[in-house]
Write a protein that binds this ligand. Structure first.
Ligand SMILES: NC(=O)c1ccc[n+]([C@@H]2O[C@H](COP(=O)([O-])OP(=O)(O)OC[C@H]3O[C@@H](n4cnc5c(N)ncnc54)[C@H](OP(=O)(O)O)[C@@H]3O)[C@@H](O)[C@H]2O)c1
Length: 249
């Protein structure tokens, strides 16, 4: 993708990676519309940074349709969709709340992404150059023991991205997957304070360096995430699972 001159909608940008990426896109000369559930935060960010905003809950199909209609009415030139919204909640298959957490995870991370992409694909296909950006994780390839549904949801995003890319290969729509390492955000409470996680600014800088220097990149795998991303193909899966989970405890 080209990293300037686009009109970009980031669903899930009231904080964390989505907000930082929104600011980077804006700095690089793109028009940026940010979305999320918390309207009051969107209003503050609009005032502070000049973003356009739309309230969206990706777990609600009607909300996705309304947000899509609002974004496209105001920005018929929209050519980049970033499916950023996600949750990560610790869960335990032996505990009573397991299924409820798993369901929320699937509804947000999987169905939210699927419905969002489905809502915008017809429009994006009509643009001469457009991009769908998805967000997976190193945990799609090496599991963290406390988040089975989250890991599975990101494995879904990885293969889903690989597959819709095949279906869209003859169209104007590129599919770019961001495979993120553990980054200092509040995705899980306190995560922004964990020293062992990668600083958010560094993550954005590394990601941007790849996006801006490799216009045909399909999966953005920064160095920091390579140990998890390639553990199986580099034949060190068991040792990496062990390392990741002993570290987690
Ligand atoms: N941080 C990491 O270590 C890491 C690693 C790998 C992948 N990722 C992925 O990166 C993405 C962003 O995570 P983050 O770390 O930036 O987390 P974050 O700080 O918690 O941000 C999550 C964003 O998603 C939005 N969101 C959550 N549920 C939503 C819903 N139902 N509808 C619309 N928006 C929703 C939130 O906005 P509202 O609350 O306002 O709705 C928020 O802006 C996620 O997909 C996550 O899985 C993160």
């Amino acid at each position: 993708m080209h990293t300037s001159g686009n009109t970009v909608f980031i669903a899930g940008a009231t904080q964390g990676i989505g907000l930082a990426l929104a600011r980077r896109f804006q700095e690089a000369g793109n028009t940026v519309i940010i979305g999320g559930r918390r309207t009051e935060i969107l209003e503050r960010l609009a005032a502070e940074h000049g973003f356009e905003t739309v309230t969206i809950d990706v777990t609600d199909p009607a909300s996705i349709q309304t947000a899509r209609d609002q974004v496209l009415a105001a920005h018929p030139e929209l050519n980049v969709l970033v499916a950023m919204a996600g949750i990560m909640v610790a869960e335990d298959v032996t505990k009573p709340d397991f299924v409820e957490i798993a369901q929320r995870t699937v509804e947000t991370n999987i169905l939210g992404t699927v419905r969002l992409i489905a809502a915008f694909t017809e429009h994006l296909q009509a643009r001469s150059e457009s991009t769908i950006v998805t967000v997976s994780s190193g945990l799609a390839h090496t599991p963290l023991g406390i988040t089975p549904s989250y890991n599975g949801s990101k494995a879904f995003i990885h293969l889903f991205s690989e597959t819709i890319r095949l279906q869209l290969a003859r169209s104007s729509v590129k599919v770019v997957e961001l495979c993120a390492p553990a980054v200092r955000t509040e995705l899980m409470p306190g995560g922004s304070q964990v020293e062992g996680f990668y600083p958010l600014e560094d993550y954005i800088e590394d990601t941007w360096a790849i996006l801006s220097s490799q216009p045909d990149v399909t999966e953005v795998v920064i160095d920091r995430v390579k140990p998890l991303r390639y553990s199986e193909v580099e034949d060190r899966y068991a040792a990496t699972v062990e390392m990741l989970n002993s570290h987690a405890h």
